[in-house]
Write a protein that binds this ligand. Structure first.
Ligand SMILES: *[C@@H]1O[C@H](CO)[C@@H](O)[C@H](O)[C@H]1NC(C)=O
Ligand SMILES: [Cu+2]
Length: 283
């Protein structure tokens, strides 16, 4: 955020406070929030809400590392993290630590990965990941540095486990990316993973899968080069399509998903998502 200090001195001071940052710590099932880290693997970072970045890192963790899967050291807590039972088709949510809100501009997404052994508490997340939820630009006329983004002001991501998800144990990785520092290769990634056991008789096959790390890199302009204060909404959308953020989410089907030719953000946030938008500027 060094550039910010000179450009936006007031905002940048706020940016240094913990309240500007966030991490998903609670799983919400049937409207009821779990305890922090009951179902979500706790990171071993000294300040768990700090972002992961490509440069000017907090503790050397970058999106190119294995721990970009579920956050630093979190696999060491996997065995003591419970596994939540859900049915395919259920709507669940991942909520932020301290009921914080997302105070950075950028996309939010949820990925899942099935534990090949059947036991998610032993799964490092080195298998295939697929995307089940995506929120990019909801208000294209809005301020790209704030409320243009669907996720801005949210305190949780609410999403559906696709109807046809095969039964088994999965990691569910919620992620928000703050793009306010992308002009200096300092996009900020906030993410963690829940452990769930999906029941049902689903037989869907995710057609578009990713590895983590490998999902993103800093040759992608969205994370390194984009400038939300300078670029147009069209330019932002083009940059989105050149990353997995622009890929279609898997809807549970067996047929292969087509890669979208243009970003197709949902027009409205999902019904259960809190829509309170915070008005203060805390970069
Ligand atoms: C970054 O990702 C893109 C898209 O997957 C890929 O084409 C490119 O080769 C990658 N660049 C590096 C340096 O890994
Ligand atoms: Cu920040």
């Amino acid at each position: 955020m060094k550039q910010f200090l000179s450009l936006f001195a007031m905002g940048a001071v706020l940016a240094k406070t913990a309240s500007a940052h966030y991490i998903f710590s609670k799983l919400v099932i049937d409207g009821e929030a779990s305890a922090d880290w009951q179902y979500i693997r706790q990171t071993t970072r000294s300040e768990n809400y700090m972002p992961t970045k490509y440069s000017n890192t907090f503790d050397n963790l970058t999106p190119s590392d294995s721990d970009f899967r579920c956050n630093l050291g979190s696999f060491s807590n996997a065995a003591k993290t419970e596994v939540a039972e859900v049915a395919a088709g259920d709507r669940i949510a991942m909520r932020l630590f301290y009921d914080g809100t997302i105070a950075h501009p950028g996309p939010g997404q949820v990925y899942m990965s099935k534990a090949p052994s059947g036991n998610v508490q032993e799964y490092e997340g080195d298998g295939e990941w697929f995307k089940i939820w995506e929120k990019t630009l909801c208000n294209k006329e809005g301020d790209l540095t704030k409320t243009a983004w669907c996720a801005y002001g949210m305190s949780e991501f609410e999403f559906q486990i696709p109807d046809n998800t095969p039964a088994g144990e999965y990691l569910v990785r919620a992620e928000h990316v703050g793009l306010h520092g992308a002009q200096s290769n300092e996009a900020e990634f906030f993410y963690s993973c829940a452990q769930i056991k999906v029941s049902g008789s689903g037989n869907g096959i995710p057609s578009l899968t990713y590895k983590i790390p490998g999902l993103y890199n800093d040759s992608m302009e969205l994370f390194n080069g984009l400038n939300l204060w300078v670029n147009t909404v069209d330019e932002v959308e083009v940059d989105i399509t050149k990353t997995p953020v622009g890929d279609d989410v898997w809807d549970g089907s067996r047929s292969s998903a087509l890669r979208s030719s243009s970003a197709a953000p949902s027009a409205t946030p999902s019904a259960g998502v809190r829509s309170s938008i915070i008005s203060s500027c805390s970069l």
